[in-house]
Design a binder for this molecule. Structure first.
Ligand SMILES: Nc1ncnc2c1ncn2[C@@H]1O[C@H](COP(=O)(O)OS(=O)(=O)O)[C@@H](OP(=O)(O)O)[C@H]1O
Ligand SMILES: Nc1ncnc2c1ncn2[C@@H]1O[C@H](COP(=O)(O)OP(=O)(O)O)[C@@H](O)[C@H]1O
Length: 195
């Protein structure tokens, strides 16, 4: 299956993707993270942050995710993924795609600002360091209409959100193997008890 995240920089996508992957691996379920930042430094070096480039980025990463997914590996796309049109395209194109909105209020993002991107939007217009296209601030982010899961990281702990993600993944994981299904069901029960 493919988990397509969407959410602003600093919302918690990488943190939750890593925690979810580890939790799944500990329970014998293979998962791979396809992180926008990481792939932009390798496979998508040629892409910037225009609408067309962001869409091309998601299409490429979606294709990679589909190859992992076809091998039974849960592919977690940890990306900003700002356009509804592109998210819908992925859902149409590939089987078992789930959309997760990792939300966080802008004020909290300015406080976190782990990469220093937000403070660069506040610089004077003539400052060469000023960012003019940071998603959610001075560039478009379309909130998903009906995500499969909504997580607000200013309201939920990392542990709670990770549990919600694992819960969703285990409910929708494609398994024709009855033994795997049985394992998933019992794992799900453990998670439910831990809530
Ligand atoms: N202008 C602008 N807007 C948004 N993000 C920016 C920008 N410039 C650089 N970055 C860094 O790029 C990371 C987002 O890459 P993505 O591939 O996930 O973006 S997208 O889905 O194609 O919109 C994003 O990573 P995350 O912070 O993990 O979201 C940023 O580190
Ligand atoms: N409840 C939470 N869920 C996720 N991240 C959180 C939470 N509270 C604080 N954080 C912090 O917010 C930051 C999110 O950064 P990151 O995961 O890299 O976001 P993104 O990948 O969306 O840019 C991390 O430093 C993380 O520890």
């Amino acid at each position: 299956m493919i988990i397509q995240f969407c959410g602003l920089s600093g919302a918690g996508k990488t943190t939750l993707a890593e925690n979810t992957k580890n939790q799944l691996l500990e329970n014998g379920i293979r998962a791979e993270i396809i992180d926008g930042d990481v792939y932009r430094s390798k496979l998508c070096k040629d892409l910037g942050f225009s609408k067309a480039d962001r869409q091309e980025n998601i299409r490429r990463l979606g294709f990679i995710a589909s190859r992992f997914s076809a091998q039974g590996i849960v592919a977690i796309m940890s990306v900003i993924n700002p356009y509804e049109e592109t998210r819908a395209e992925l859902i149409r194109e590939y089987p078992n795609v789930k959309t997760i909105f990792i939300d966080c209020p802008i004020e909290v993002l300015y406080q976190r600002d782990t990469k220093g991107l937000y403070k660069r939007t506040l610089l004077a217009d003539d400052d060469p360091q000023k960012i003019r296209n940071l998603t959610g601030i001075n560039d478009m982010f379309e909130k998903p209409d009906k995500p499969d899961l909504y997580i607000n990281t200013s309201e939920k702990t990392i542990e709670e959100s990770t549990r919600d993600l694992c819960d969703l993944i285990l409910k929708h994981i494609n398994s024709k193997n009855p033994q795997t299904r049985k394992f998933n069901d019992s794992f799900l029960k453990t998670l439910t008890y831990a809530k």
